[in-house]
Design a protein around this ligand. Structure first.
Ligand SMILES: [Zn+2]
Length: 273
């Protein structure tokens, strides 16, 4: 469920408290959270490492460690990273606890158990297949035009495809297509130059606004590192608004299924192809 804006918000909030801190202990409560290496090896390698940088690539949180290793975290459906100022028992649904040299802890709570962590020397082993980073300087309308011109599939599943573009999930794909005025079932290679440019700006604007809003929280799933919710759910235009009036034209928002995913759109602003 957490998408680029949620992971970016977490990365920004973790940067100050984590950079320069050394991991003094790790407690693995649910071994399958550790995708690589083995849980025993993970513990052996990570204890004693200092966090040098906290970043993000697509929906992955990227922690650069002192010995050239990288810790990658993917929250998947319901993972949460919570910072606590003191050592206390892990608590419900906590799968991994990192203790830091200032006595604070970083907890990975994950009710659904789909979240994963990797400790790797080369992050490309995990991140190598990801498409461009939508907020990067080198992601331009020309880059999007080049990528999209080669694709004959529908826009909605294409935007969800992480090897096409990294970071979008179901919420922001719907919001982006509404902002661009494009129907989710439009074929990618049917877009003219103006429509590609609209799509490009919609992607950047929606993601930037959602980061400013510190992400979208539904059903308490996404939480910031201090346990508070995001605020962008109040700014969504179509997602989870079926039957409510389109903010642009007043037509009721519709919900349909595209590529197996629940999809929200305005039938007036996003005409059927
Ligand atoms: Zn509308």
């Amino acid at each position: 469920m957490p998408e680029l804006p949620e992971v970016e918000t977490i990365a920004r909030k973790l940067r100050k408290p984590l950079v320069g801190r050394t991991i003094t202990a790790v407690e693995i409560c649910w071994p399958r959270t550790i995708a690589a290496p083995s849980p025993t090896e993970f513990e052996r390698q990570i204890v004693g490492q200092t966090v040098q940088a906290v970043g993000r690539r697509g929906k992955f949180l990227v922690l650069q460690l002192s010995e050239g290793a990288t810790l990658l975290v993917h929250l998947r459906m319901a993972g949460q990273l919570l910072l606590k100022s003191s050592v206390s028992p892990p608590g419900k649904h906590v799968r991994v606890v990192f203790t830091l040299d200032d006595g604070s802890t970083l907890r990975f709570r994950d009710q659904r158990k789909f979240g994963r962590m990797w400790l790797v020397d080369d992050p490309q082993v995990v991140l190598g297949k990801l498409g461009p980073e939508p907020l990067a300087d080198d992601f331009t309308p020309q880059v999007l035009a080049r990528l999209i011109g080669r694709r004959s599939g529908m826009l909605k599943p294409l935007l969800l495809n992480q090897s096409f573009l990294a970071g979008l999930g179901n919420i922001y794909a719907d919001e982006v297509l509404f902002r661009a005025g494009l129907h989710p079932r439009r074929k990618a290679d049917s877009l003219n130059e103006t429509e590609v440019t609209q799509l490009y700006h919609a992607i950047r604007q929606v993601l930037e606004e959602a980061i400013t809003g510190q992400g979208t929280t539904f059903d308490g799933v996404y939480q910031q590192v201090n346990g508070s919710s995001g605020a962008f759910q109040d700014s969504l235009q179509v997602y989870r608004r079926a039957g409510k009036p389109c903010p642009r034209c007043g037509t009721p928002i519709e919900r349909t299924t595209v590529g197996g995913r629940g999809t929200h759109f305005c039938p007036h602003c996003q005409p059927v192809p």
